[in-house]
Write a protein that binds this ligand. Sequence first.
Ligand code: SAM
Length: 270
Amino acid sequence: MVDDAKNATDRRRDAANRAQSWFTDSDKRAVSTAFDERETSHLRTLAVATVYSLFKHLYGRAPKTFLDVGCGTGEGLAYARRLDPNLRTTGIDPVPQAIAAARHLNAEATLHCIDAEGLTVNLIDPPEITLIHLCLGLWSQPTRGLIAIMNTMPPESMLYIVDLNRADRRNALDAARNNAERTYLTDQYHAAYAPGELSRLLLTTSACLNRRFHAHVEANGFAGFPFGSIEQIALLNSGGFQKALRAVSRQQSRSGLPLRPLHAWIWPEP
Ligand SMILES: C[S@@+](CC[C@H](N)C(=O)[O-])C[C@H]1O[C@@H](n2cnc3c(N)ncnc32)[C@H](O)[C@@H]1O
């Protein structure tokens, strides 16, 4: 039993390391950058607009601080500042080239070249909104990383995780335009979570914390909220969200790929 759990942990770590090599090795980086720019940049924009709008809906005010975990080259941070120039933005990423590019694009942001596991409260502004976008599957120690992040969250805060859904991997490979992209996607989906696994990860993480958190994981609906829900209606009423959604529709009509990620929402219970 103990051996099975250890084997599963080792397999996940190996898959995560292989998936992460597409962001550290310079040849592979060229493939991942071209693919992500073409196929996922609109989703990142939508994720930032979504978490920003839902924070306003839940707490009745604009957020002041934004943390992008695995910020890559910093486009998500830059978009957040365009959405709200008063936001104080922070990005972390373990890849030095990514942080250098993010710094170029975000002169005012706080940036650290660390992984999520290395985050501590004294390193950053307590993040009222935190986004983990297309990144969680790459972590070799996901429970430790999530504990570190959730320990920094102030009482009025929200964490939004968007990631590949391993259950969707067969359809997803159709988006590849060549063999290198196919291998890239295969490695990413191999490291990705299925919905039940992500729910279990969040349960394990919450059990290690001395605060209670609301957490839910959903592959369907609208950013993970059911159609007709109060959250969906709040999103549709938000100008920033509407604008981001229109950009997604334009991009998807060009790429023809409806990527259907997993959504996880976490916030401290009052
Ligand atoms: C697919 S890119 C996504 C970048 C950005 N979030 C976006 O959506 O455009 C994944 C990023 O996560 C970073 N990453 C990998 N492992 C990480 C960890 N343990 N903590 C924080 N970031 C990590 C990678 O270096 C890479 O830049």
